[in-house]
Design a binder for this molecule. Structure first.
Ligand code: ADP
Length: 431
């Protein structure tokens, strides 16, 4: 099972990571596409804007035959900076260069044909040309200004831009890889946390099965050993062996009770219990129950008193509430030594109903009061078994209180006694 849980954890981590990989890929592709697209778009616009600026100028002395990267700023006559990223070529009607901010021959030659096309068609155009390892983007447009006609070309070396994009790409890739590794680690931790309840439930199930087998084995062993004695006594009568037979019979009763409780808990866990919620007369139901318990208490010489307020109506499952009080009264009976007292009280309070069972029994240590509601938990296992206890009564009681949206309080002191108090707040029938 541990291996299965571990595999499940691996699988969950893988799913988390795959989802993130998918998400990161989509995100990086989106970012990359947008940057690439935006770059091209902005570049083309800038090329056009620069050429528009240039073709509006009558004299461009700064452009004239100045070698590129001279360190000087290219200033237009209205003082604006022409970014040196963009190179400018001015051509006359015969496509001869009149002015240029670049002296790269190959570029000047290769751009001539493009300029001609633009002049012939009287149309602007964008081209990308490869010169060796360098790529250039060129914008060519015809101009007619102050009697001068020709073509203005603005071009840009794409190497830097490509480098920027590829660096950005590497950065995105590195961030994605780190994010995926981190996600896998976080996913592993999260999967571990998500599986805690499964692990816990599985552990509880394992303990439960171990407890059930133990609880069933004990009475079986007792039955078997008592019947062994009877079988070995070949000539004895039933009367001679009545003690052993009685022991065996008592154990079958205990087993029957245990199996009933177990079946009920199994049905509770499977949410198979149909509750029958109705308004019912709690007072008369508890009075009747108290009446049924009286002879039992008397048999053990226990002083029993009750204070059941009349006409207390409750909204709930009457049979389950009866079972609840039954569990408390049975426990009070089991854990109160002869001569002690048991008190039962039902009262209608301003904001709900309270049921109280007090005894002067063996009591419970404060540290144990939480544990006693756990399945099979018994403060003194041998004592509980001797009394016919299954260790399941209070866990069933806790469930009944829970489905009625109430809560239980236990006040107990060893050797002094215990009080089990149940409170059903704002129970519908009380309003
Ligand atoms: P059991 O069948 O053993 O009584 P329960 O679930 O009803 O199982 O109770 C769990 C344990 O709580 C008991 O074994 C006992 O140790 C303790 N307990 C319950 N009620 C009382 C009580 N009235 N006085 C003392 N101990 C009690």
């Amino acid at each position: 099972m541990f291996q299965e849980l571990r595999n499940m954890r691996y699988r969950l981590t893988l799913y988390y990571t795959l989802v993130l990989v998918l998400f990161t890929s989509l995100f990086t592709s989106f970012v990359f596409y947008n940057i690439f697209y935006a770059n091209g778009f902005i570049l083309d616009r800038e090329l056009k804007a620069t050429s528009a600026q240039v073709s509006n100028l009558s004299i461009l002395p700064e452009l004239s035959n100045r070698p590129p990267d001279s360190g000087k700023k290219n200033l237009s006559n209205n003082g604006e900076i022409i970014d040196s990223l963009f190179k400018i070529i001015l051509r006359d009607e015969n496509m001869n260069i009149t002015q240029a901010s670049i002296q790269y021959k190959a570029l000047l030659q290769n751009s001539q044909d493009l300029a001609r096309q633009s002049w012939l068609n009287q149309q602007e155009r964008w081209d990308t040309i490869n010169l060796g390892e360098t790529e250039y983007r060129i914008f060519s447009t015809p101009f007619h200004s102050n009697g001068d006609n020709g073509v203005v070309q603005t071009c840009c070396n794409l190497t830097m831009i490509h480098k920027f994009i590829s660096n950005f790409n590497y950065l995105l890739l590195a961030i994605s890889v780190i994010a995926i590794v981190l996600a896998a680690l976080i996913g592993w931790c999260l999967a571990g946390r998500a599986m805690m309840p499964v692990k816990f439930a599985w552990q509880r199930q394992k303990e439960f099965i171990a407890d059930v087998s133990h609880e069933l084995r004990t009475p079986l062993t007792v039955i078997q050993s008592n019947l062994d004695v009877v079988i070995a006594d070949h000539y004895g009568s039933i009367k001679d062996n009545i003690t052993w037979l009685q022991n065996a019979y008592n154990e079958t009763e205990n087993m029957g009770k245990l199996i009933n409780d177990l079946l009920l808990l199994a049905r509770i866990d499977a949410h198979e219990i149909q509750l029958d919620f109705n308004e019912f007369d709690l007072s008369s139901m508890i009075t009747e129950l108290a009446f049924q318990f009286s002879p039992l208490f008397q048999g053990k010489n226990l002083k029993f008193s009750s204070n059941i307020e009349s006409e207390v109506k409750m909204y709930g499952d009457a049979m389950r509430i009866k079972q609840l009080v039954n569990i408390f009264l049975e426990n009070a009976y089991k854990y109160t030594p002869d001569g002690g007292f048991i008190h039962l009280k039902v009262s209608k309070l301003q904001n709900g109903i309270e049921i109280l069972v007090r005894d002067s029994g063996i009591g419970i240590e404060e540290t144990e009061t939480e544990n006693i509601f756990r399945r099979f938990y018994r403060v003194d296992r041998a004592r509980s078994r001797k009394q016919g206890g299954t260790g399941l009564g209070l866990s069933i009681a806790a469930w009944i209180v829970e489905v009625h949206k109430g809560y239980i309080r236990v006040d107990s002191k060893p050797e002094e006694g215990s009080t089990f108090k149940v409170f059903f707040q704002n129970n519908e029938a009380t309003q």
